[in-house]
Design a protein around this ligand. Structure first.
Ligand code: GZL
Length: 328
């Protein structure tokens, strides 16, 4: 009889221990990297362009490949949705938060909440404008100023020896977003004070193809003609080219077309001579984000800024026809 009681007691103790483990896995003291999966909360800003869709795919595939548990939320172009998503990640006590801030301003409060919760934050693709830089642990993405500079360097080369004026229309990205601000600044500061170059029109197309068509309409009706279109992303450029061809104009010949991103559609038009220059902006940030997330989850230091490696494709390239497939 005593034997049976002892056996029953041992079974009950084993059962109690199992229940404790299920409900309070943290009490076992496992930290990310010691067996428990790292949990990353990722607040994507939307699905506005082929670039963004390629970026989202890159993050999801990289999380699967690296064994990171991804909590993914798409804010559908609304900052308030990104803030809600970040708050949900804090409540869930993820190990790391990553997000692509749709605009640079308005993040202080939610980033303070993340810091108070002891959760490191990665700014992916775009940055924020906050008084205290420590609110963001690190940035990974493009050097947009350099992209603007590369666009201007191409135009300077393309118009070498040509008299002015060179009339430029700029189709810019989402207002107050990091790429919009610094693609504009890098372009302008590189053109410098060369009197030949005149930016005769500038309007935001919000990185959307449909708006690119609308802005091109405004350029044609609102100016006496342009020599160059500098567009902050391929989606807007594709919309603009659609309209130009409907109006009987020859993009890449009647108007020099300079675009940023490097989507397959833009590379195809570059090869056809309808675009003159594609400044690369890679969306493939997933692997870098996961590498940073794992280090942060282990409490390791990481660089404050990690830039992607990018290039430029143009009609000066002898190997133009052999540009490899872009993957998005
Ligand atoms: C740039 C990214 C921009 C792309 C656009 O890193 O934020 O947003 O250039 C995208 O295509 O919509």
């Amino acid at each position: 009889m005593k034997m049976k009681k002892a056996l029953l007691m041992m079974l009950l103790l084993a059962l109690a221990a199992g229940i404790l483990f299920l409900y309070f896995p943290q009490t076992t003291g496992t930290q990310p990297g010691n067996g428990r999966q790292v949990i990353l909360g990722f607040a994507q800003l939307g699905s506005e362009s082929g670039w963004r869709i390629g970026n989202t795919r890159s993050v999801i595939q990289a999380a699967e490949k690296s064994g990171i548990q991804l909590m993914y939320k798409n804010a559908e172009q609304k900052q308030e949705n990104q803030i809600k998503a970040i708050r949900s990640f804090i409540a869930y006590q993820v190990d790391v938060i990553a997000f692509a801030p749709i605009v640079e301003d308005g993040w202080e409060n939610v980033l303070m909440e993340a810091r108070d919760a002891g959760i490191p934050v990665i700014c992916s693709d775009r940055s924020v404008n906050v008084p205290d830089e420590s609110l963001v642990t690190c940035f990974v993405g493009s050097d947009f100023y350099a992209e603007g500079r590369r666009a201007a360097e191409y135009l300077i080369r393309k118009t070498q020896g040509q008299d002015g004026p060179v009339r430029i229309a700029e189709m810019s990205g989402t207002l107050d977003s990091t790429p919009m601000r610094y693609r504009a600044l890098g372009f302008r500061e590189t053109l410098g004070d060369d009197p030949r170059f005149r930016i005769v029109f500038s309007q935001s197309g919000d990185f959307l193809r449909s708006r690119g068509r609308e802005v091109m309409e405004n350029i044609l009706s609102g100016t006496d003609g342009i020599d160059v279109l500098y567009s902050h992303n391929d989606a807007m450029t594709l919309g603009a080219i659609e309209l130009l061809e409907e109006r009987g104009l020859r993009p890449g010949k009647d108007i020099i077309i300079i675009t940023v991103d490097g989507e397959q559609g833009a590379i195809d038009l570059l090869k056809q001579g309808k675009i003159n220059c594609v400044v690369e902006c890679t969306p493939m940030l997933g692997d870098m984000i996961m590498s940073l997330a794992k280090k942060l989850a282990r409490g390791e230091e990481v660089p404050k800024v990690t830039y992607s490696q990018e290039t430029v494709f143009s009609d000066f390239d002898p190997g133009l026809q052999s540009i490899p497939a872009r993957g998005y």
